[in-house]
Design a protein around this ligand. Structure first.
Ligand code: AMP
Ligand code: ZN
Length: 664
């Protein structure tokens, strides 16, 4: 088989596996096997960029940067939906419909997915553009970002028409949303408030590589502009499934309005069991011919209506407020309530967010409060019934000291949250720091999990992560549920972590705002911990993309002698505190014969380093883009004229990480 044929074959196979995994949820190969095939395709495409399909599964990893999204006209207008909130309004709607057409009207009911709407255009079975709704006539071209969503088919299957548009909703399922937030909290960042805003914000991110990391999904509900002899909306949904689109299984045909109502009341209760957010039911006339007869008003179809769910509210009494200290020291006030049943669950606690929120609501102990369970997973208090307020009630005083360790709380300017600054000796923070230290992207210590960490701390066996390296088997054996074998695993896992490279050790230290990427940048720049610790505020800010906030946080961390002491202990134990020279001095001939042009600002390497890496691995560095150029390695702030030139010549634009994976 020629390389060209193999590229075509792999493209087809990988697209099929993607479909099986992300749309059908029925994978037939392991993640590992998938990666092997993907790597093979990547390297073949590298060798023959001319054979790369623009809709290759390798484009799922993203990496392209968009500074300004182009405005694009929709082929067909994207309408809004009329809303209703009661069965009466629904009946009025059907009464109006009955006057418009002859014959029985049947309905198709589906959920109203709560995310960001998107319009995709396919030509000859390939995705050509993805555009946001915008004003309904035109929107922003976010194709590179949408391509990273695994459930969006890049190449279709079956009997698709030559050209059509399909509409769907980009959502962020709860599971992935929660995971993203856990990671943010571990890095000392504010969690995202709700899945919908995060999903719609994702579409406009400039770095498609960043979008690729978010577990977004796209759920489809409407095909436009295809004359394929379909009779009903329901058949249309099935067609979309046949072509490879993800259409949820919940849509249902309802013969009459009574069945519509029972669909609505079913999902009003059951919606909390769905993996993603919904805010209502969309009722559509099922017969496409009838739809056509009914037509559109100025802003919405007459043949469809959205029945909006009420955010479920209840009222109950606030008994007390407790304060939770998170692993980063952030304090969250929590309301303890008389149990109230909301959206099918019994609620006893609700979030009060922060001191400002308490002040704004002026909630007081003994108050009758309104509790709501909306998009956010934790219920919240939205108001107070002042008429029922007890006469002697007092304004709530926010705590001044940490409920865990007694340290005075601080609140930084411009921040809503109070913090306990005692990061080294406050119990949840001790546990949190160790958990972060051992996590997969940090030291990745196998055999040690969150529960064991809590036990180690509770039993006085560890109060910092440095203590882990003093642990002996006989120390941990007496712990609850610690068998011989798991004790061995734990000790081995800790020992093995000594081989983790410097940049990950730096990330593991848990310096506020120093996430994975920042840790890499700092490691690359300073090469070892001693020069990093000696760096002045100015030197830190001088590093590409390190701002005042990060620099201050790094200074503060190393300014604390206890941290310095912990690092000395870790050094003695043999952890890596300098950059391994391996990557930097590894010469290969992997890039032989390829000419690269480097443009923009990079995160993990400097431009000079990048050029050196190209040359040391057999490539050549070109000064300007021409038809001889094989690749453009693009960082942030790449000039638009360069981008246009590269695109017009069909030269692949890759980011630094794809480049580094080429030489590894
Ligand atoms: P609205 O934003 O309130 O005007 O409602 C219209 C929007 O609902 C559309 O633009 C879609 O993005 C969204 N939507 C979500 N689920 C559906 C669905 N099943 N059918 C039609 N529209 C939907
Ligand atoms: Zn504390």
């Amino acid at each position: 088989m020629t390389d060209k044929e193999r590229i075509a074959q792999l493209t087809k196979e990988l697209n099929e596996h993607n479909y099986r995994y992300y749309v059908l949820d029925e994978p037939v190969i392991s993640d590992f096997e998938f990666d092997v095939l993907l790597k093979e395709l990547q390297s073949l495409e590298l060798k023959h960029p001319e054979f790369k399909d623009p809709n290759s599964p390798t484009s799922r990893v993203g990496g392209e940067i968009t500074k300004n999204f182009n405005t694009v006209q929709h082929l067909h207008r994207m309408y809004s939906l009329n809303n209703c909130y009661s069965s009466d309004e629904l009946m009025e709607w059907t009464d109006r419909l009955e006057k418009m057409v002859d014959g029985h009207i049947g309905f198709a009911c589906e959920l109203k997915y709560d995310g960001a709407s998107i319009n995709l255009t396919y030509r000859d079975g390939k995705l050509v553009s993805a555009v946001t709704r915008g004003d309904g006539f035109q929107g922003d071209d976010v194709t590179t970002n949408i391509k990273t969503i695994r459930s969006v088919p890049l190449i279709l299957k079956g009997d698709y028409p030559e050209l059509f548009e399909i509409r769907g909703e980009v959502v962020l399922p709860f599971e992935g949303f929660n995971k993203m937030n856990e990671e943010r909290i571990a890095q000392g960042e504010e969690p995202y408030r709700n899945p919908r805003n995060t999903a719609s914000g994702s579409l406009k991110l400039q770095d498609s590589g960043e979008v690729a990391k978010r577990p977004l999904e796209c759920l489809f509900y409407h095909i436009v502009g295809a004359e394929i002899g379909l009779k009903t909306h329901f058949e249309m949904l099935q067609k979309a499934r046949d072509w490879g689109f993800k259409v949820p299984p919940e849509p249902k045909i309802s013969k009459n309005i009574k069945e519509v109502m029972s669909y609505i009341s079913h999902w009003d209760k059951k919606r909390y069991d769905l993996p993603y957010e919904t805010d209502g039911v969309v009722v559509k006339v099922n017969d496409l011919h009838q739809q056509q007869e009914m037509g559109y008003t100025a802003k919405a179809p007459r043949w469809a209506i959205a029945y909006k769910f009420q955010a479920e509210q209840g009222s109950t009494i606030l008994r007390s407020v407790s304060y939770q200290v998170g692993r980063t020291g952030a304090v969250t006030p929590v309301a303890n309530l008389d149990p109230v049943s909301l959206a099918g669950t019994v609620v006893k606690r609700a979030s009060l967010h922060n001191a400002d929120q308490i002040e704004k609501l002026d909630v007081r102990i003994g108050d009758t409060v309104y509790v709501e369970k909306g998009g956010e997973i934790i219920p919240k208090i939205v108001g107070v019934d002042l008429e029922l307020r007890p006469k002697d009630s007092q304004r709530l005083e926010y705590i001044t000291h940490c409920p865990e360790c007694g340290t005075e709380l601080i609140r930084k300017e411009g921040e809503a949250q109070h913090y306990c600054p005692n990061s080294l000796h406050c119990r949840p923070q001790i546990v949190g720091r160790i958990e972060h230290f051992i996590s997969r992207k940090a030291m990745d210590i196998e055999g040690l999990g969150g529960e064991t960490v809590a036990l180690l701390v509770a039993n006085g066996l560890a109060s910092t992560y440095a203590d882990l390296y003093d642990l002996k088997k006989e120390d941990v054996l007496p712990l609850e549920r610690m068998a011989e074998k798991s004790a061995d695993n734990l000790i081995n896992g800790i020992e093995k972590s000594k081989g983790v490279p410097f940049e990950r050790v730096l990330f593991a230290l848990g310096i506020r705002y120093v996430g994975e990427t920042v840790a890499k940048k700092l490691a690359r720049h300073f090469k070892n911990i001693d020069s990093l610790m000696a760096a002045t505020q100015e030197e830190l800010e001088g590093v590409e993309e390190i701002g005042v906030k990060i620099a201050e946080s790094v200074k503060e961390f190393f300014g604390n002698l206890e941290n310095v002491d912990i690092i000395e202990r870790l050094k003695d134990k043999g952890l890596n505190f300098s950059l391994s020279e391996e990557i930097l001095s590894n010469r290969t001939d992997k890039l032989n014969g390829n000419i690269f042009v480097v443009s923009g600002v990079f995160e993990s390497v400097s431009r000079d380093e990048l050029k050196r890496l190209i040359e040391e691995n057999g490539g050549k560095v070109g000064s300007s883009i021409s038809s001889k150029t094989n690749y453009v390695v693009a960082g942030d702030k790449m000039g638009p004229s360069k981008r246009i030139k590269a695109e017009s010549l069909g030269i692949p634009i890759i980011d630094e990480y794809s480049f580094i994976s080429m030489i590894q």
